[in-house]
Ligand binder design. Structure first.
Ligand SMILES: [Zn+2]
Length: 287
């Protein structure tokens, strides 16, 4: 499933093609993905110019010259292609079959057209069009916490959000009202890097350790974005290969394997918290 770094990598891949481009020949091949496409979706996109490509949490936002914003959520298997070339792939999967491409259009800029496709085999993704001045209050965005890579996210912010909280820090960090777009994998990785046990009560962690945690959240996301970016470049240059992100996780998915910490003889453990798997090293992350 694409997490924030993958969505950010897709945003960076789409930007040079879509920013400043006029949309034309837009087509959809069914009335819905996870949700129905908005009414007159094709007509509202046709002829509009994309001002830029933004990201909020795991949403891609394309503000348009028409005053509306075209929104895409990749769900679990959503992928964009540019002139048939895949923009990032999130799991080892068969090549996109034509029947899974549900959206296509042309981005026209400087007289050149690039074909933009969106495929989504499982259709957990969706697209929307929202008036650009109503994004903040729309149910998809209202109540979202600060972006983990933005200025509003810090140890001090976590300290305020966690004050008095008896819930464990792992589940608390997944709360989108506290920080937006942070998913299970990167919460596990950030807690490991910060040497904080996923079991401690969020409200019991010192300010200094929350500062360290905020730094490690940013580091782990930036590392993954950098890796995704390089994969994207390699992929664009490769001939016919099926590129996909090859993240190297320290704890995620490594149950029973040795901890990679220097001088640590611990073994990565898996527990379930809030219905989700938590991977951690009980030796390094004692409290
Ligand atoms: Zn360890």
């Amino acid at each position: 499933m694409p997490e924030l770094p993958e969505v950010e990598t897709v945003r960076r891949g789409l930007t040079p093609v879509l920013e400043g481009a006029r949309l034309s020949r837009v087509r959809i091949n069914r009335p819905d993905l996870r949700f129905p496409f908005p009414g007159r979706f094709v007509e509202r996109l046709e002829g509009a110019t994309v001002l830029r490509i933004d990201r909020r949490a795991k949403y891609l936002l394309a503000p348009l010259s028409t005053g509306e914003t075209w929104i895409t959520h990749l769900g679990m298997t959503g992928r964009f292609t540019l002139d048939g070339t895949l923009l990032g792939e999130f799991e080892e999967a068969a090549p996109i079959a034509g029947k899974h491409e549900h959206f296509s259009g042309c981005a026209i800029r400087d007289g050149a057209a690039t074909r933009v496709g969106y495929a989504d085999a499982r259709r957990f993704g969706f697209m929307g069009l929202i008036s650009s001045d109503q994004i903040e209050t729309h149910p998809w965005f209202a109540g979202l916490g600060p972006e983990p890579l933005g200025n509003g996210f810090s140890g001090a912010h976590l300290g305020e959000a966690f004050a008095g909280k008896k819930q464990n820090i792992k589940v608390s960090l997944l709360d989108q009202r506290i920080v937006a777009g942070l998913g299970n994998i990167y919460v596990c990785e950030a807690l490991y890097r910060a040497r904080i046990s996923p079991l401690v009560a969020a409200g019991s962690v010192s300010k200094a350790r929350l500062e360290r945690l905020a730094t490690e959240v940013r580091n782990v996301l930036n590392d993954a974005i950098a890796a995704g970016g390089s994969t994207l470049r390699d992929f664009a240059n490769a001939e016919g290969g099926q590129g996909y992100f090859q993240h190297r996780f320290d704890v995620y998915g490594r149950e029973g394997e040795p901890c990679r910490g220097e001088n640590c003889t611990g073994v990565v453990a898996r527990i379930v918290q809030g219905g989700r798997s938590t991977f951690y090293c009980p030796s390094c992350q004692k409290r």
